[in-house]
Design a protein around this ligand. Structure first.
Ligand code: ADP
Ligand code: ZN
Length: 740
């Protein structure tokens, strides 16, 4: 890189305010030499303290009024995609909304140019058409992977197909694969908007036409695309993507991370003749770096990604789709606490492009926005091809429960036999990872607790360990009790998917079963493979956590059973009912997506609970009506706004004291007649999980009408209470989804 020497003093008439990708809110002023051509959005290197740093020019001032001699000079402008004006507004908007420092938000939109390794020539492989002499499973898997395209390197394909590099090399030697040099352009593939579209049903066509018209209008709009599972939402929004391609604009598809299945990518490729650009933590840094450039240059037309994809530097964004918009996974739980669905709506506004929110079970928020006319509401009311929703019924565990230590009732057992004997598949859903949620000593009653958190350790029998699901603490499962030293006295309490797997293996030994959860051995790629096998019918009984409930299309599944439908209804979370409703709808929606009718069974101890009644009755509208009415009465989102302040510290007393001073400040500021009189403060209360990672936690909950200035209130509280001292930290969570 060429540097301008600093010892010359050319004439200076401009200053630049530069934002750094650090937890700082403020931009710093630098002088700009006249011979540098600089604009807002440019990425520059600047002196910062004793070192050199990277930053983005947030504004340029040409008035010459800020000409202090104490200002340092911008070192140079880097050859790196500039952040567009809408992108800079987006960063400012999110920072103002979440109260996170602007620099921290900007960091999500910037890849560090200094981190990019010098580009070595990269060698890709492609198929030649020659068949392998010995088609082993590994070889076949590799060839299939390469055929899927994507312009990966040899090493990347080996990793994707879970084979060693020698398998790749031997196929090259045999002439089955050939190498070629990859350049940046080749990470982009041509998408054909008319490659292969389905004949749409009448209501699909109408929805597709309406969405395409919005894309062609090239102005902002928000549409809630609601349709029961299997109604063809994906096919319909593919038409909107096709429209975006035809007008020469880019499209972004956001999905909860795990939904980025090969199934979805394959479907996309069948529709558009090539794969979309994938963006999530599973993609290598180097590849993401190249994709970042290609997106900024407008060469990549469609990106599909997890929530971080929302910050990609599209040159010409013409459509944003948020699939499964109700998913809690869209909320980022650390760093900047943003909700990707809500921020997608904001980005759509700033980019002046349409936004589509798709779901079978929309969030109450989006439902209300649609009903109040802020969003267009499109509904697909029937399953494609006249397929019907599964018949649902409850199994009352109070009268028909299994033996203690077992979780599959007799009724369910019979239903499983019937289903598998017909050659169909069964899903057993239990939203608990591991073997058992609690382990105790049979002799002395000792319960294994996390040393860092107020939480029981969860036994993971495959890994022979006890694990904390809050902080990740892991220890080997002891052979004897650490208190009374009795050998083999450990007893699991309650079910996890692994334990259910054991029971199923014992009861149905001749069926092929699989247990799937996010801690599946082998990581996310193996998991994707197992999900693909499920789709192909290679397992009879699929046991899993919420991971199997999401977005997959398993045509052979005709029975979906929920082992414990009551989990999640008991906690004091205002969204508990909504979340349980969505999850159970989704699980039971997995059944009967193929040609045969499906069946859903819910094991429950409280079949009369309103949420379960709503699901069993199939009267979704009633559930929404009642839940919306309840939220309305209680002033809960979206009728009111919530914010959480979580105070944590190394000691209980430090955390409690600071939480109390925040509360005092809040009460003082929201007195009668004050600016914030309509905002109420609840707490401080010790958090339900009182200690996490050795930090004691207290919570305050702020509740306000929609129009109130929640952010102003919080800023004033923090200012009035004074800075947090010692180990105290305050976390601000606007629109919290978690209350733990
Ligand atoms: P959703 O996203 O609403 O759950 P999908 O778009 O996944 O629904 O559609 C469910 C299944 O029905 C998929 O296998 C899809 O390919 C198929 N399907 C939907 N619409 C059509 C159509 N018009 N023609 C052919 N197959 C369709
Ligand atoms: Zn822990």
């Amino acid at each position: 890189m060429k540097r301008d020497p600093l010892n010359i003093a050319p004439t200076i008439s401009r200053t630049a305010d530069v934002l750094l990708p650090l937890a700082l809110d403020q931009a710093y002023s630098y002088r700009v030499q006249d011979n540098i051509d600089l604009e807002a959005g440019d990425v520059v290197s600047i002196p910062f303290g004793p070192r050199e740093a990277i930053g983005v020019v947030w504004s340029i001032d040409c008035s010459g009024t800020k000409r202090g001699d104490n200002l340092k000079l911008v070192k140079e402008k880097l050859d790196w995609p500039a952040l567009s004006a809408p992108m800079r507004q987006f960063v400012d908007w999110i920072a103002a909304y979440t109260l996170a420092p602007r620099g921290m938000v900007m960091k999500m939109a910037l890849r560090d140019p200094t981190q990019v390794s010098s580009e070595r020539p990269r060698i890709g492989v492609q198929v030649t058409g020659i068949e392998p002499k010995r088609p082993t499973t590994q070889r076949t898997r590799l060839i299939e992977t390469v055929k899927q395209g994507g312009n990966h390197t040899k090493a990347e394909y080996a990793k994707l197909a879970h084979v060693s590099s020698s398998v790749v090399n031997s196929l090259i030697d045999e002439g089955v694969l050939e190498t070629y040099e990859l350049n940046t352009r080749q990470i982009t593939t041509e998408l054909d908007p008319d490659f292969a579209s389905f004949e749409l049903s009448d209501d699909q066509r109408e929805a597709a036409r309406s969405l395409s018209a919005k894309v062609e209008a090239q102005t902002n709009s928000v549409t809630l695309l609601e349709g029961i599972t299997g109604s063809g939402k994906t096919e319909v929004y593919f038409e909107a993507i096709s429209a975006a391609l035809k007008v020469g604009r880019q499209a972004l598809i956001l999905m909860p991370e795990i939904a980025l299945t090969t199934q979805f990518l394959d479907r996309f490729a069948k529709r558009f003749g090539a794969y979309p650009c994938e963006w999530h933590s599973g993609i290598s840094e180097a590849r993401r770096g190249r994709q970042y450039h290609a997106i900024a240059e407008g060469k990549i037309k469609v990106a599909a990604g997890a929530r971080s994809a929302l910050f990609l530097p599209f040159k010409n964004l013409g459509l944003i789709i948020v699939d499964e918009e109700h998913e809690a996974a869209y909320k980022q739980g650390d760093g900047v606490h943003y909700h990707a669905r809500d921020m997608a709506v904001v980005r759509g506004k700033l980019e002046n492009c349409p936004v589509i929110l798709a779901s079978a079970t929309p969030s109450i928020e989006s439902r209300v926005n649609a009903e109040q006319g802020r969003y267009t509401h499109l509904k697909l009311n029937s399953r494609y091809g006249g397929r019907v929703l599964p018949d649902l019924s409850a199994i009352d565990m109070r009268v028909n429960g299994p033996k203690t230590g077992q979780w599959v009732s007799h009724q369910l057992e019979t239903a499983i036999h019937e289903t598998v004997e017909r050659g169909e598949q069964v899903i057993l859903f239990l939203n608990r990872r591991g073997f058992a949620p609690l382990t105790l000593c049979r002799t002395c009653g000792h319960r294994w607790q996390c040393p860092n958190c107020t939480a029981w350790l969860v036994e993971h029998r495959f890994r022979h360990s006890l694990v904390c699901h809050h902080c990740g603490h892991i220890e080997r499962t002891p052979k004897q009790c650490i208190i009374c030293h009795t050998a083999d006295s450990l007893t699991p309490v309650g079910p996890g998917v692994e334990r259910l797997g054991e029971e199923v293996a014992a009861k149905f030994s001749k069926y092929r079963g699989v247990v799937l959860s996010s801690d599946f051995a082998g990581g996310s790629e193996r998991l994707r493979e197992e999900l693909a096998k499920v789709a192909k019918g290679e397992f009879d009984i699929i046991i899993g956590t919420q991971l199997i409930a999401k977005g997959h299309n398993f045509p052979g599944v005709t029975l979906a059973a929920v082992i414990d439908a009551d989990i999640g209804l008991a906690n004091g979370d205002p969204r508990a009912a909504e979340r349980t409703f969505q999850l159970l709808q989704q699980v039971t929606g997995r059944a009967g997506r193929g040609d045969k009718k499906g069946r859903g069974l819910l094991q429950t101890y409280q079949p009369e609970h309103p949420v379960l009644r709503a699901i069993l009755s199939g009267d979704t509208e009633r559930f929404y009506r009642e839940e919306i009415e309840l939220r309305h009465q209680m002033g809960l989102p979206p009728f009111g706004r919530l914010a959480g302040l979580v105070v944590s510290a190394v000691t209980h007393i430090e955390a409690e004291n600071h939480a109390r001073s925040l509360a005092r400040a809040a009460y003082g500021l929201s007195g009668d007649g004050s600016l914030y009189a309509d905002i109420s403060t609840l707490g401080p209360a010790e958090a339900p999980v009182a200690v996490v990672r050795g930090r004691h936690r207290f919570r305050l909950l702020l509740k306000a009408p929609r129009a109130a200035d929640m952010q102003g209130f919080i800023k004033d509280i923090l200012a009035k209470a004074g800075p947090a001292k010692g180990s105290v930290r305050v976390l601000i969570d606007i629109d919290p989804l978690s209350f733990m």
